[in-house]
Design a protein around this ligand. Structure first.
Ligand code: FUL
Length: 486
């Protein structure tokens, strides 16, 4: 086979196979930074969970001081199965456990400290919450992630190089003893005061240099190459703990450090940076209750299914990932109200997204790349993220029309870009055919992994997607139309 020429648009090449000549369409060039395979897999999960559980569950605190007696940790009926089942029933694809929070208490019997479950009395000191959770996640087909607080208010050596070695040893334990780890969460909180082995003082470290991040990251890459690091170059914090992504929300940003929060930095994390040189998608962390840990006095403040739904639209629906915290109670289980709210929320999502009305449409495009079936408009309803509709390189303002035999009624539109080619679209609009003309019913900016448009109730037999701004030709892998009853 040999390439003998290009057409004017630079999109096609004449390929000569023996005696016959056919027109082969040139693949799209990626635009800007693109995701790694591990980031792509992580982004496709969309909805994941946090489990905050430690001595705080029993002391009523949010940040343990580090002087808690290990015996305080005394779950009366711990059940990893119950926790994981609740998460799975809620639609979560991964659970991240606070293996060690700021108090330094370890939920596994670490060989490097006495401040752990082994001295708790729970299961006669033989228990291992990390193992139980990792096993239950495996059993129920959910991925497992670990949170290991860099800040440790228990350790006498916190602030010295010896503590950083200790931290690395612990990370190694977590990354080698519990099977595949899909996410490692590096919390940026470094509050200052603590027990510190009895010193009871305030210690300040430089969060950028003290923890030897390059060494820490390398350890994760070496031991769990498929794990994504939150706060470590794979995933960025969204800049708030309310679970809300910015609009727009770009996957790109310039590599961030742990520098102190400023308003500008928080906004940058929230929106990303369209011109950023790194692909670091946002994760939106939020708790189902006001606190991260369980407190009985917050039993009446569990987020309702409607509140969870709003969070979903404001995070997943803006192309980010939602990380929702479920705090086990003093039994070591998720409270019935939390389980119920999560399950009802998930049922609403299931009911909404199980029927994609767009599948019944005939789909045409203002332009299809090289008129090649590989880039056909109908790829947007294939239900597969592996195919997409694309245009010729010189066509950046393009449209797709979905035509129905019978009018359809919807109030949610789901759009997706083909992420391996980068984030391409900067603005889009949606029109309905009404009274013999196109009428715009929604418009937006970034799409990325997923853009959910919650619209008014639309009944029509023709819908049009217009890409109104893109620096390069679009690559759209989904246009879905749904009806949400709630
Ligand atoms: C914060 C911590 O200080 C909170 O306690 C919680 O773990 C949250 C997810 O991250 O930075």
């Amino acid at each position: 086979m040999k390439v003998t020429g290009r057409n004017k648009c630079g999109i096609a090449a004449w390929l000569v196979f023996g005696a016959s000549t056919i027109l082969a369409v040139e693949p799209l060039a990626p635009y800007g930074p693109v995701p790694s395979a591990r980031q792509l897999a992580w982004q496709k999960m969309e909805f994941v969970g946090f489990v905050h559980f430690t001595v705080n569950t029993f002391t009523g605190r949010e940040w343990g001081y580090g002087d808690e007696n290990e015996k305080v940790f005394a779950p009366t009926d711990f059940s990893a199965d119950q926790i994981v089942r609740a998460a799975r029933a809620g639609g979560m694809k991964e659970l991240i456990l606070t293996c060690k929070h700021h108090d330094g208490f370890c939920l596994w019997p670490s060989a490097y400290t006495e401040h752990s479950v082994k001295n708790s009395g729970w299961e006669n000191g033989q228990g291992d919450v990390v193992k139980a959770m990792a096993d239950a996640c495996k059993k129920y087909g959910i991925k497992f992630g670990v949170y290991l607080s860099p800040w440790d208010r228990n350790r006498a050596d916190y602030g010295t190089p010896a503590y950083v070695d200790y931290y690395h040893h612990q990370l190694r334990e977590l990354l080698t003893h519990y099977g595949p780890i899909s996410e490692v969460w590096f919390d940026g909180a470094n509050g200052g005061d603590g027990y510190y082995g009895g010193a009871r003082e305030t210690r300040k470290i430089d969060p950028e240099t003290y923890y030897q991040w390059p060494v820490t990251y390398q350890l994760v890459r070496e031991l769990q190459p498929d794990a994504c690091m939150f706060g470590g170059g794979d995933i960025r914090w969204v800049g708030n703990e309310h679970g809300i992504a910015g609009d727009p929300c770009w996957n790109t940003i310039n590599t961030l450090d742990f520098s102190p929060s400023s308003k500008e930095r928080l906004a940058l994390l929230n929106h990303g940076d369209r011109t950023g040189t790194n692909w670091i998608p946002a994760e939106c962390d939020v708790s189902i209750r006001p606190g991260w840990f369980y407190h009985a006095n917050e039993d009446s403040k569990v987020k309702t299914p409607a509140q969870l739904l709003k969070l979903y639209y404001d995070s997943v629906g803006r192309g980010a990932t939602l990380l929702l915290n479920l705090p086990p109670d003093q039994r070591g289980q998720i409270d019935a109200d939390d389980v119920k709210s999560l399950a009802v929320f998930h049922k609403i999502l299931d009911d909404t997204f199980k029927t994609d009305l767009a599948r019944a449409a005939k789909i045409t495009a203002s332009n299809t790349r090289g008129d090649d079936k590989k880039y056909a408009p109908k790829n947007v309803v294939s239900g597969k993220n592996s195919s997409y509709w694309a245009t010729d390189d010189n066509v950046t303002n393009a449209g797709l029309v979905l035509t129905f035999k019978k009018p359809v009624t919807f109030n949610v539109v789901r759009l997706r870009e083909f992420l391996p080619l980068g984030q391409r679209v900067e603005a889009f609009a949606l029109d309905q055919w009404r009274d013999g003309q196109w009428v715009e019913f929604a418009s937006g900016t970034s799409i990325g992994n997923c853009r959910l448009v919650h619209s008014e109730k639309v009944t029509t037999d023709k819908v049009r997607l217009r890409i109104t701004h893109a620096p390069v030709c679009p690559a759209i892998s989904e246009v879905g139309l749904f009806w949400e009853k709630s």
